[in-house]
Design a binder for this molecule. Structure first.
Ligand code: IPT
Length: 953
């Protein structure tokens, strides 16, 4: 008896599979029938690939006692753990690396679905059974006949099944193995989620129906003409009524057209008609080329303002419905994004339809990553081993053939993080040969041997500036190529910081054609106790914790501050200026400004006092104009004032309503008058208490106790913050790992030594030294309190002592308030802003609550600071800053925030803790990428800052 039956050899076979039809274009027919086999299926999960025999696939098998699951779906996200649990690893294979072998423990889901053909299902013609996505390897039987097996999880596989179908009681059996040889090619940084996670469809194929076709639709920007040729395996005719086109397949026709671009996604409805079928076409005319060392579309260089999108839903994993896909596209369009890299696999094809329709440039990436081989210096990497090349070519073909008719797809990507090797070269050669109308991308090959652009991830600002200046060297070929950052701005937790600085470089150097933020959405999984689960929460043996939560939107698709920052940084119009003139620039690549309406408003102390519309010419892409602002209001009471200029959608569009704001700018007018308090009152010592104006202090320690009727506790200098993911950094990062250094040097355990309480004539002065145990450096901190009888002013002077080995996380004061709920402030808002993430913070009057100030990063960390605050009111107190400050208030201490692993760990305490910060250390993207740029680092230096407190009557 053999230990293993030969029946499961296909699981470890490097070949792509057997029995499937050749890949072809994915389309929805107008008239050929189709039957969705999505729905409730029977499931049995076995612990190994060979635990169960094939008898479940036999007609008549009774699966009545099996569980029911939803298809599309992942079995580990259904059944409350009864079928196994998700595993998250970034690049480590969660099994021993011994390609193509997989572990004996190989969860195997046997799926069964019985279906009848609809009454009107034609008896003539053939039928095709299509799987749009199954992870990671499937073997399929229909009515007891084995029709084949396949790998390539996020790629379609079709089987001819017409001869096997009967009118009713058809039994489709699908055996899905979690691990297979294919798993070695699918080591993307995401949850491992087995299952039939995309649609299963039965397609009727009438005699003479369409097989495969390729819509070639180019645009000549000189003549304004589009050229169309539809190559079809089955001859037929092609019509485009709006262009009066009616030609045979294979025939070339030219007409004056409006081109397709992400900014103006003009699609022409057409039809391909063969003897047996009508197929709707949505044609976008556009020409993608490498010209003058640049990626050009329709003759113009494109600047990618992109994002990396994994498919994600917090309950359904990668089984996304159309509405969720549309939500992604609408959110992207509404936040000024113009590009998506489908990291790291071809998305559900409906997503690409949406990109065609709403307008997004797409880098369509193949389902390929072998990142885990980096741990063995890329030894045995499948992409450099000829035995695997057929599987790689199969994957390339399944992507290109499926998606080739989408105008939005402008670049094919070979995959992600797979090292280098002959297999990749073979893929690139095949793709170039099959589709000369698009460019090829792959990041892993820094010599750009197989690619049409130089692409990198997480390169520093300094390095990309060099690349922009063409001083980066490299091979001759690479020096001629344009550059993109296929990943940057790692949006893990609070951040990403420094993206405005990247954008400046992209806009400055032609060769830098933009980039793609990593990544779109946090892959948190809805969890009954933890809110959202991340790596390790399912007891995984190996995991990478919350590295899977690094998106611009939270799992429920609420925008995180990072998305709002990105929206501002990449806005399509910019406003600069002073002295009554605003310089308006159209930063788009294709469209003029006619889609936008412009408005001005004038604020005094944050309140709008006048507003109106601003006549801006319909500037061409790249053009600027100086537009005169009206006369400022005559009497504005001497307050701080500014202009706010906004660009809004002039009319409803497919993705946003009229009035939706796309861009804004603020131009200062009158400067702010800083608060002044004449020290006319003096401190008076009583019985254990010092009083000064409205305040009382502890006579021994000089600690503030009350301001009027408001109790204030623990007011003192604060330098610590709950470290962010970017402060933590990653082990393999070269940048500074601030969190580790800060902890080493004890910044989280600073001691406050009281050196003196001096009661002077007009001031109470408290001298302290703030320093950590074990080290000789510290900060001399002097608190000087004065009052005019009504208001209380605190001036903090800070002087570093000794050699400071690290920057400070923050510099300011913190204190507790017995209660606070509503918060009002005048300054930056409405959302959070840190030194290198506050582009979107706009000066105005804002209102929120203490709870509303919190940003719910899945792993709790420093968050919620409001920048450039002039004054704030909360808990019965008003605080004015000299100069402006950062405001943070929360219902827990920094220490509690720092210790929490999930939001559900945060329990409100009695006190509301408030931080008023003179300065904050920047955020950076050290969780994967460069740390905080020098100009945003907070070094220990002499500083002085004041706050004026008063009780709100
Ligand atoms: C890079 C990966 O391409 C991406 O999938 C993701 O893991 C990202 O990092 C971090 O979240 S690879 C990294 C080694 C630069």
């Amino acid at each position: 008896m053999s230990f293993r039956t030969t029946a499961i050899d296909y699981v470890e076979d490097v070949s792509p599979g057997s029995g499937a039809l050749p890949p072809r274009a994915w389309y929805a027919s107008s008239d050929a029938k189709s039957l969705s086999l999505n729905g409730s299926w029977r499931l049995r999960v076995a612990p190994t690939a060979d635990a169960e025999d094939d008898s479940f696939a036999e007609p008549g098998f009774d699966a009545g006692d099996w569980a029911e699951v939803a298809v599309p779906g992942h079995w580990v996200l259904q059944g409350d753990g009864a079928f196994g649990l998700p595993i998250y690893t970034n690049h480590l294979y969660p099994f021993p690396v011994d390609p193509p072998h997989v572990p004996t423990e190989n969860p195997t889901g046997d799926h069964l679905h019985t279906f009848d053909l609809p009454e009107d299902w034609p008896s003539e013609g053939g039928c095709v059974l299509r799987f749009d996505g199954v992870e990671s390897c499937a073997r399929v039987w229909l009515n007891g006949t084995d029709i084949g097996e396949f790998k390539g999880s996020r790629l379609p596989h079709e089987f001819a099944v017409g001869h096997l179908l009967k009118p009713s009681g058809n039994m489709l059996a699908v055996r899905v193995h979690q691990w297979s040889a294919g798993s070695y090619l699918e080591d993307q940084d995401q949850w491992w989620l087995p299952g039939i996670f995309r649609d299963v469809t039965l397609l009727h194929r009438p005699a003479g129906s369409v097989l495969d076709f390729f819509v070639n639709a180019s645009y000549d920007h000189i003549t304004g003409e589009g050229t169309l040729r539809v190559d079809s395996d089955v001859d037929g005719r092609v019509s485009v009524p709006a262009l009066d086109i009616d030609v045979a397949t294979g025939e070339t026709v030219t007409a004056a057209v409006q081109p397709w671009s992400a900014e103006v996604p003009k699609l022409y409805d057409g039809e391909l008609v063969t003897e047996g079928e009508r197929v709707p076409l949505r044609i976008g005319f556009r020409t993608v080329e490498l010209a003058d060392g640049l990626i050009k579309v329709n003759g113009r260089a494109v600047l990618f303002k992109g994002v990396n999108r994994h498919e994600w839903h917090p309950e359904k994993g990668r089984a996304l419905d159309l509405e969720t896909m549309r939500e992604d596209v609408l959110l992207m369009k509404r936040h000024n994004l113009n590009a998506v890299r489908t990291s790291h696999y071809p998305p559900h094809p409906a997503f690409l339809d949406l990109c065609d329709e709403y307008g997004l440039w797409v880098i369509d990436e193949c389902d390929l990553e072998t990142h885990g081989f980096t741990e063995q210096a890329w030894r045995d990497n499948p992409v450099d081993d000829d035995r695997w090349t057929p599987a790689l070519l199969d994957r390339a073909a399944r992507m290109v053939e499926r998606d080739k008719n989408h105008p939005s797809v402008v670049i094919w990507s070979l995959g992600n993080e797979a090292g280098t090797g002959r297999g990749l070269t073979a893929m690139a050669e095949w793709i170039h040969g099959r589709d000369a109308s698009r460019l090829v991308h792959y990041e892993g090959d820094w010599n750009s041997r197989d690619t049409d652009m130089y692409s990198r991830m997480y390169a520093s600002h300094a390095e990309i500036e060099q690349i922009g200046q063409e001083l980066d060297g490299g091979t001759h070929k690479r020096r001629e190529l344009p550059f993109i950052l296929c990943e940057y701005g790692h949006a893990m937790g609070n951040g990403p910081g420094g993206i405005a600085d990247y954008q400046e470089l992209f806009e400055k150097y032609d060769r830098l054609q933009g980039g793609f933020i990593w990544e779109w959405i946090d892959h948190g999984i809805t969890h009954p106790e933890l809110g959202y689960a991340y790596g390790g929460d399912f007891g995984e043996e190996l995991h990478d914790a919350n590295f899977v939560c690094d998106g611009l939107i939270f799992p429920d698709r609420r925008p995180s501050p990072g998305l709002l920052e990105f929206k501002k940084v990449i806005e399509p119009v910019s406003f600069e200026g002073s002295d009554g003139t605003v310089r308006v620039t159209n930063k788009q690549d294709f469209a003029d400004l006619s889609a936008f309406a412009f408005e001005w408003s004038y604020q005094v102390d944050g309140e709008t006092v006048e507003s109106g519309s601003l006549p801006v010419p319909a500037l061409a892409p790249g053009a600027s104009a100086d537009v005169k602002l009206p006369e400022p209001p005559a009497d504005h009471g001497g307050g701080e004032s500014q202009w706010t200029v906004r660009a809004l959608l002039a009319a409803d569009t497919a993705w946003g309503p009229r009035g939706h704001e796309v861009a804004w700018g603020q131009l200062p007018d009158m400067a702010r008058v800083l608060p002044s308090v004449a020290a006319t009152d003096g401190p008076v010592t009583g019985d254990g208490v010092i009083t000064l104006g409205p305040a009382s202090f502890d006579a021994r320690t000089g600690a503030l106790r009350t301001i009027g009727g408001v109790e204030v506790s623990g007011l003192r200098l604060d330098v610590w913050r709950a470290t962010t993911d970017n402060d933590e950094g990653a082990e393999w990062q070269t940048g500074t790992r601030y969190a580790e250094l800060w902890r080493k040097y004890g910044l989280h355990r600073m001691r406050h030594r009281l050196d003196g309480v001096e009661v002077g004539d007009d001031a109470l002065t408290v001298r302290t030294r703030v320093a950590p145990a074990a080290w000789e450096f510290g900060l001399a901190a002097v608190y000087r309190w004065t009052s005019d009888g009504n208001r209380l002013k605190l001036t903090v002077s800070v002087g570093p002592e000794g050699e400071w080995p690290v920057p400070l996380p923050r510099l300011g004061v913190r204190f507790g308030l017995a209660q606070a709920d509503g918060v009002k402030w005048y300054g930056g808002g409405p959302g959070e802003g840190y030194p290198d993430t506050k582009s979107a913070s706009r000066v105005g009057r804002w209102e929120s609550t203490v709870d509303g100030l919190q940003t719910p990063y899945l792993r709790p960390q420093e968050n919620g600071a409001r920048a450039d605050v002039r004054w704030a009111e909360l808990g019965g107190l008003r605080v004015e800053g000299d100069p402006e400050f950062y405001l943070t208030a929360r219902r827990w201490t920094t220490e509690q925030l720092d210790a929490a692993a999930h939001l559900t760990d945060l329990k409100a305490v009695e006190t509301v803790w408030v931080n008023l910060d003179h300065a904050l250390h920047g955020i950076g993207t050290g969780s994967c990428g460069p740390g905080v740029l020098p100009q945003y680092q907070l070094h220990a230096e002499p500083a002085e800052f004041s706050f004026v407190f008063s009780e709100i009557s």
